[in-house]
Write a protein that binds this ligand. Structure first.
Ligand code: CP
Length: 305
Protein backbone atom coordinates (compact mmCIF):
# COMPACT_ATOMS: atom_id res chain seq x y z
CA UNK A 1 0.00 0.00 0.00
CA UNK A 2 2.85 2.43 0.87
CA UNK A 3 4.36 1.93 -2.61
CA UNK A 4 1.07 2.89 -4.31
CA UNK A 5 0.81 6.10 -2.25
CA UNK A 6 4.38 7.15 -3.07
CA UNK A 7 3.87 6.65 -6.80
CA UNK A 8 0.73 8.72 -6.96
CA UNK A 9 1.83 12.11 -5.70
CA UNK A 10 0.46 14.53 -8.27
CA UNK A 11 0.38 18.34 -8.37
CA UNK A 12 -2.80 18.32 -10.51
CA UNK A 13 -5.03 15.78 -12.28
CA UNK A 14 -6.15 17.37 -15.54
CA UNK A 15 -5.53 15.00 -18.46
CA UNK A 16 -4.59 11.38 -19.06
CA UNK A 17 -1.94 12.72 -21.46
CA UNK A 18 0.12 14.00 -18.52
CA UNK A 19 -0.03 10.72 -16.57
CA UNK A 20 2.55 7.92 -16.73
CA UNK A 21 1.21 4.37 -17.14
CA UNK A 22 2.69 3.50 -13.73
CA UNK A 23 0.83 6.40 -12.10
CA UNK A 24 -2.45 5.23 -13.63
CA UNK A 25 -1.88 1.63 -12.54
CA UNK A 26 -1.02 2.75 -9.00
CA UNK A 27 -4.17 4.92 -8.85
CA UNK A 28 -6.33 2.00 -10.00
CA UNK A 29 -4.82 -0.26 -7.35
CA UNK A 30 -5.18 2.41 -4.66
CA UNK A 31 -8.85 2.96 -5.63
CA UNK A 32 -9.36 -0.81 -5.20
CA UNK A 33 -7.74 -0.70 -1.75
CA UNK A 34 -9.99 2.18 -0.72
CA UNK A 35 -13.03 0.26 -2.02
CA UNK A 36 -12.12 -2.65 0.21
CA UNK A 37 -11.72 -0.51 3.31
CA UNK A 38 -8.15 0.87 3.39
CA UNK A 39 -7.81 3.99 5.53
CA UNK A 40 -7.33 7.29 3.63
CA UNK A 41 -3.83 8.75 3.88
CA UNK A 42 -3.09 12.46 3.87
CA UNK A 43 -1.88 14.82 6.57
CA UNK A 44 -3.76 17.58 8.37
CA UNK A 45 -7.02 19.41 7.72
CA UNK A 46 -7.58 20.02 3.98
CA UNK A 47 -10.20 22.03 2.09
CA UNK A 48 -11.88 21.21 -1.23
CA UNK A 49 -14.21 23.18 -3.50
CA UNK A 50 -16.25 21.82 -6.43
CA UNK A 51 -16.73 24.35 -9.25
CA UNK A 52 -19.20 22.90 -11.75
CA UNK A 53 -20.08 25.22 -14.65
CA UNK A 54 -21.73 22.42 -16.67
CA UNK A 55 -24.44 20.05 -15.46
CA UNK A 56 -23.37 16.91 -13.66
CA UNK A 57 -24.85 14.27 -11.40
CA UNK A 58 -22.22 11.53 -11.15
CA UNK A 59 -18.96 13.47 -11.31
CA UNK A 60 -20.08 16.28 -8.99
CA UNK A 61 -21.77 14.11 -6.38
CA UNK A 62 -19.21 11.31 -6.40
CA UNK A 63 -16.39 13.85 -5.91
CA UNK A 64 -18.44 15.26 -3.02
CA UNK A 65 -18.93 11.76 -1.60
CA UNK A 66 -15.20 11.01 -2.04
CA UNK A 67 -14.30 14.27 -0.26
CA UNK A 68 -16.62 13.38 2.62
CA UNK A 69 -15.28 9.83 2.89
CA UNK A 70 -11.72 11.24 3.01
CA UNK A 71 -12.71 13.67 5.80
CA UNK A 72 -12.04 16.81 3.73
CA UNK A 73 -13.83 20.05 4.53
CA UNK A 74 -15.90 20.98 1.47
CA UNK A 75 -16.45 24.68 0.72
CA UNK A 76 -19.85 25.35 -0.79
CA UNK A 77 -19.84 27.09 -4.19
CA UNK A 78 -22.82 27.93 -6.38
CA UNK A 79 -21.90 29.61 -9.72
CA UNK A 80 -25.27 31.37 -10.03
CA UNK A 81 -24.82 33.26 -6.73
CA UNK A 82 -21.05 33.86 -7.03
CA UNK A 83 -19.29 36.92 -8.46
CA UNK A 84 -19.17 35.10 -11.79
CA UNK A 85 -22.55 36.77 -12.32
CA UNK A 86 -20.71 40.15 -12.06
CA UNK A 87 -18.24 39.09 -14.76
CA UNK A 88 -15.52 37.55 -12.62
CA UNK A 89 -13.34 35.17 -14.63
CA UNK A 90 -12.70 31.49 -13.87
CA UNK A 91 -9.05 32.38 -13.24
CA UNK A 92 -9.96 35.04 -10.65
CA UNK A 93 -12.49 32.72 -9.01
CA UNK A 94 -9.88 29.96 -8.58
CA UNK A 95 -7.24 32.52 -7.49
CA UNK A 96 -9.69 33.60 -4.77
CA UNK A 97 -10.38 30.01 -3.69
CA UNK A 98 -6.64 29.35 -3.36
CA UNK A 99 -6.11 32.65 -1.51
CA UNK A 100 -8.75 31.83 1.11
CA UNK A 101 -7.10 28.48 1.79
CA UNK A 102 -8.63 25.89 -0.55
CA UNK A 103 -6.21 22.99 -1.15
CA UNK A 104 -7.95 21.35 -4.13
CA UNK A 105 -10.48 22.62 -6.69
CA UNK A 106 -12.48 20.15 -8.78
CA UNK A 107 -13.67 21.97 -11.91
CA UNK A 108 -16.00 21.10 -14.79
CA UNK A 109 -16.11 23.74 -17.51
CA UNK A 110 -17.28 23.89 -21.13
CA UNK A 111 -13.98 25.31 -22.45
CA UNK A 112 -11.46 22.77 -23.65
CA UNK A 113 -8.17 22.94 -21.64
CA UNK A 114 -9.65 25.55 -19.23
CA UNK A 115 -7.07 24.36 -16.71
CA UNK A 116 -3.92 25.47 -18.60
CA UNK A 117 -3.80 29.02 -17.12
CA UNK A 118 -4.66 27.70 -13.68
CA UNK A 119 -1.91 25.07 -13.41
CA UNK A 120 0.68 27.44 -14.92
CA UNK A 121 -0.22 30.33 -12.61
CA UNK A 122 2.63 31.52 -10.36
CA UNK A 123 0.06 32.53 -7.73
CA UNK A 124 -2.64 29.83 -7.63
CA UNK A 125 -1.40 27.40 -5.02
CA UNK A 126 -4.24 24.83 -4.96
CA UNK A 127 -4.34 21.57 -6.94
CA UNK A 128 -6.66 21.45 -9.94
CA UNK A 129 -8.71 18.36 -10.83
CA UNK A 130 -10.43 18.34 -14.21
CA UNK A 131 -14.02 17.13 -13.88
CA UNK A 132 -14.52 17.48 -17.66
CA UNK A 133 -13.37 20.20 -20.08
CA UNK A 134 -15.74 20.64 -23.02
CA UNK A 135 -15.05 17.89 -25.56
CA UNK A 136 -11.47 17.63 -24.27
CA UNK A 137 -10.82 15.13 -21.47
CA UNK A 138 -12.64 13.41 -18.61
CA UNK A 139 -9.73 11.87 -16.73
CA UNK A 140 -11.58 10.87 -13.55
CA UNK A 141 -14.21 9.02 -15.66
CA UNK A 142 -11.31 7.32 -17.46
CA UNK A 143 -9.81 6.20 -14.15
CA UNK A 144 -13.10 4.75 -12.88
CA UNK A 145 -13.64 3.02 -16.23
CA UNK A 146 -10.14 1.52 -16.07
CA UNK A 147 -10.77 0.44 -12.46
CA UNK A 148 -14.00 -1.29 -13.54
CA UNK A 149 -12.27 -3.10 -16.43
CA UNK A 150 -9.31 -4.07 -14.22
CA UNK A 151 -11.64 -5.49 -11.55
CA UNK A 152 -13.26 -7.63 -14.22
CA UNK A 153 -10.25 -8.85 -16.21
CA UNK A 154 -7.17 -8.13 -14.03
CA UNK A 155 -5.21 -6.73 -17.00
CA UNK A 156 -5.57 -4.54 -20.09
CA UNK A 157 -3.07 -6.34 -22.34
CA UNK A 158 -4.78 -7.76 -25.43
CA UNK A 159 -8.28 -6.91 -24.17
CA UNK A 160 -10.67 -6.05 -27.02
CA UNK A 161 -12.61 -2.87 -26.23
CA UNK A 162 -15.29 -1.33 -28.47
CA UNK A 163 -16.04 2.38 -28.00
CA UNK A 164 -19.33 3.08 -29.75
CA UNK A 165 -21.42 6.14 -30.51
CA UNK A 166 -20.91 9.89 -30.36
CA UNK A 167 -17.13 9.70 -30.56
CA UNK A 168 -16.38 13.21 -31.84
CA UNK A 169 -18.12 14.99 -28.97
CA UNK A 170 -17.08 12.62 -26.19
CA UNK A 171 -14.35 13.59 -23.75
CA UNK A 172 -14.84 10.14 -22.15
CA UNK A 173 -14.00 8.46 -25.46
CA UNK A 174 -10.91 10.63 -25.98
CA UNK A 175 -9.46 9.91 -22.52
CA UNK A 176 -10.30 6.20 -22.71
CA UNK A 177 -8.94 5.52 -26.21
CA UNK A 178 -5.63 7.20 -25.33
CA UNK A 179 -5.17 5.44 -22.01
CA UNK A 180 -6.49 2.00 -22.97
CA UNK A 181 -4.21 1.85 -26.01
CA UNK A 182 -1.20 2.81 -23.88
CA UNK A 183 -2.08 0.04 -21.42
CA UNK A 184 -2.14 -2.59 -24.19
CA UNK A 185 -5.84 -2.94 -25.09
CA UNK A 186 -7.02 -3.34 -28.70
CA UNK A 187 -9.49 -0.55 -29.48
CA UNK A 188 -12.35 -0.75 -31.97
CA UNK A 189 -14.84 1.96 -32.85
CA UNK A 190 -18.37 2.03 -34.21
CA UNK A 191 -21.27 4.46 -34.46
CA UNK A 192 -22.46 7.07 -36.97
CA UNK A 193 -19.67 7.69 -39.52
CA UNK A 194 -20.35 11.45 -39.31
CA UNK A 195 -19.39 11.27 -35.60
CA UNK A 196 -16.10 9.50 -36.36
CA UNK A 197 -12.92 11.49 -36.83
CA UNK A 198 -9.96 10.09 -38.85
CA UNK A 199 -7.68 11.18 -35.97
CA UNK A 200 -9.07 8.18 -34.04
CA UNK A 201 -7.36 5.83 -36.53
CA UNK A 202 -4.15 6.11 -34.49
CA UNK A 203 -5.91 4.39 -31.56
CA UNK A 204 -8.00 1.69 -33.24
CA UNK A 205 -10.15 0.49 -36.14
CA UNK A 206 -13.69 1.40 -37.13
CA UNK A 207 -15.87 -1.72 -37.65
CA UNK A 208 -19.61 -2.41 -38.05
CA UNK A 209 -21.32 -2.84 -34.66
CA UNK A 210 -22.76 -6.27 -35.54
CA UNK A 211 -19.21 -7.53 -36.08
CA UNK A 212 -17.92 -6.01 -32.83
CA UNK A 213 -20.63 -7.42 -30.54
CA UNK A 214 -19.42 -10.96 -31.34
CA UNK A 215 -15.73 -10.32 -30.65
CA UNK A 216 -15.12 -7.75 -27.90
CA UNK A 217 -14.57 -8.18 -24.16
CA UNK A 218 -15.84 -4.70 -23.33
CA UNK A 219 -18.70 -2.93 -25.13
CA UNK A 220 -18.40 0.73 -24.09
CA UNK A 221 -21.34 2.80 -25.27
CA UNK A 222 -21.32 6.60 -25.34
CA UNK A 223 -24.12 9.05 -24.69
CA UNK A 224 -25.44 10.96 -27.70
CA UNK A 225 -24.42 14.48 -26.63
CA UNK A 226 -27.29 16.53 -28.03
CA UNK A 227 -26.05 19.64 -26.20
CA UNK A 228 -22.79 19.63 -28.22
CA UNK A 229 -24.46 19.13 -31.62
CA UNK A 230 -25.09 22.18 -33.74
CA UNK A 231 -27.67 20.31 -35.81
CA UNK A 232 -29.32 16.95 -35.23
CA UNK A 233 -29.64 16.33 -38.97
CA UNK A 234 -32.21 13.56 -39.40
CA UNK A 235 -31.47 12.00 -36.00
CA UNK A 236 -34.24 9.80 -34.61
CA UNK A 237 -33.97 7.72 -31.46
CA UNK A 238 -35.48 4.62 -33.09
CA UNK A 239 -33.16 4.66 -36.09
CA UNK A 240 -30.11 5.33 -33.87
CA UNK A 241 -30.91 2.31 -31.67
CA UNK A 242 -31.46 0.10 -34.69
CA UNK A 243 -28.24 1.13 -36.44
CA UNK A 244 -25.80 1.98 -33.64
CA UNK A 245 -27.37 1.05 -30.30
CA UNK A 246 -27.11 -2.12 -28.22
CA UNK A 247 -30.39 -3.90 -28.86
CA UNK A 248 -31.46 -7.08 -27.03
CA UNK A 249 -30.59 -9.05 -30.19
CA UNK A 250 -27.08 -7.64 -30.29
CA UNK A 251 -26.63 -8.26 -26.55
CA UNK A 252 -27.48 -11.96 -27.13
CA UNK A 253 -24.63 -12.13 -29.65
CA UNK A 254 -22.00 -10.87 -27.18
CA UNK A 255 -19.34 -13.22 -25.80
CA UNK A 256 -20.38 -14.94 -22.56
CA UNK A 257 -17.85 -13.04 -20.44
CA UNK A 258 -18.21 -9.67 -22.20
CA UNK A 259 -19.38 -6.63 -20.23
CA UNK A 260 -21.37 -3.52 -21.09
CA UNK A 261 -20.19 -0.08 -19.96
CA UNK A 262 -21.60 3.43 -20.37
CA UNK A 263 -20.43 6.59 -18.56
CA UNK A 264 -24.08 7.68 -18.08
CA UNK A 265 -26.40 9.48 -18.10
CA UNK A 266 -27.97 6.93 -20.48
CA UNK A 267 -30.42 7.91 -23.20
CA UNK A 268 -32.73 4.92 -22.78
CA UNK A 269 -33.75 3.18 -26.01
CA UNK A 270 -31.12 5.20 -27.89
CA UNK A 271 -27.71 3.80 -26.87
CA UNK A 272 -29.18 0.82 -24.97
CA UNK A 273 -32.48 -0.97 -25.40
CA UNK A 274 -34.98 -1.31 -22.55
CA UNK A 275 -33.53 -2.65 -19.31
CA UNK A 276 -30.07 -3.60 -20.62
CA UNK A 277 -28.59 -0.94 -18.31
CA UNK A 278 -29.33 -3.30 -15.41
CA UNK A 279 -28.78 -6.67 -17.13
CA UNK A 280 -26.29 -9.16 -15.63
CA UNK A 281 -23.44 -8.20 -17.97
CA UNK A 282 -23.91 -4.45 -17.44
CA UNK A 283 -21.29 -2.78 -15.23
CA UNK A 284 -22.90 0.67 -15.45
CA UNK A 285 -23.92 0.76 -11.77
CA UNK A 286 -20.49 -0.59 -10.80
CA UNK A 287 -18.94 2.30 -12.75
CA UNK A 288 -20.96 4.74 -10.61
CA UNK A 289 -19.87 2.98 -7.40
CA UNK A 290 -16.22 2.84 -8.49
CA UNK A 291 -16.34 6.56 -9.31
CA UNK A 292 -16.28 7.35 -5.60
CA UNK A 293 -13.16 5.24 -4.92
CA UNK A 294 -11.33 6.34 -8.09
CA UNK A 295 -11.97 9.97 -7.06
CA UNK A 296 -10.81 9.27 -3.49
CA UNK A 297 -7.54 7.95 -4.96
CA UNK A 298 -7.16 11.05 -7.16
CA UNK A 299 -7.84 13.44 -4.25
CA UNK A 300 -5.42 11.55 -2.03
CA UNK A 301 -2.72 11.76 -4.72
CA UNK A 302 -3.01 15.54 -5.21
CA UNK A 303 -3.23 16.18 -1.46
CA UNK A 304 -0.05 14.13 -0.90
CA UNK A 305 2.18 16.28 -3.15
N1 CP B 1 -20.40 10.36 -16.56
C1 CP B 1 -20.55 11.66 -16.19
O1 CP B 1 -19.65 12.49 -16.32
O2 CP B 1 -21.78 11.95 -15.68
P1 CP B 1 -22.22 13.39 -15.15
O3 CP B 1 -22.27 14.31 -16.35
O4 CP B 1 -23.56 13.20 -14.51
O5 CP B 1 -21.17 13.87 -14.18
Amino acid sequence: MKEAIERTRLDHFVSVETLENEEVTALIKRAGELKWGAAPQYAGIKYAVNLFFESSTRTHKSFEMAENKLGLKVIDFEPSTSSLTKGESLYDTVLTMAAIGVDVAVIRHGSESFYTDLINSPTISCSIINGGDGAGQHPSQCLLDLMTIYEEFGSFEGLKVAIVGDLTHSRVARSNMQMLQRLGAEIYFSGPPEWYNPSFDQYGQYRPLDELVKMVDVMMLLRVQHERHETYGNFSTASYLEKYGLTADRERNMLGHAIIMHPAPVNHDVELQGTLMECPRSRIVTQMQNGVYARMAILEAVLAH
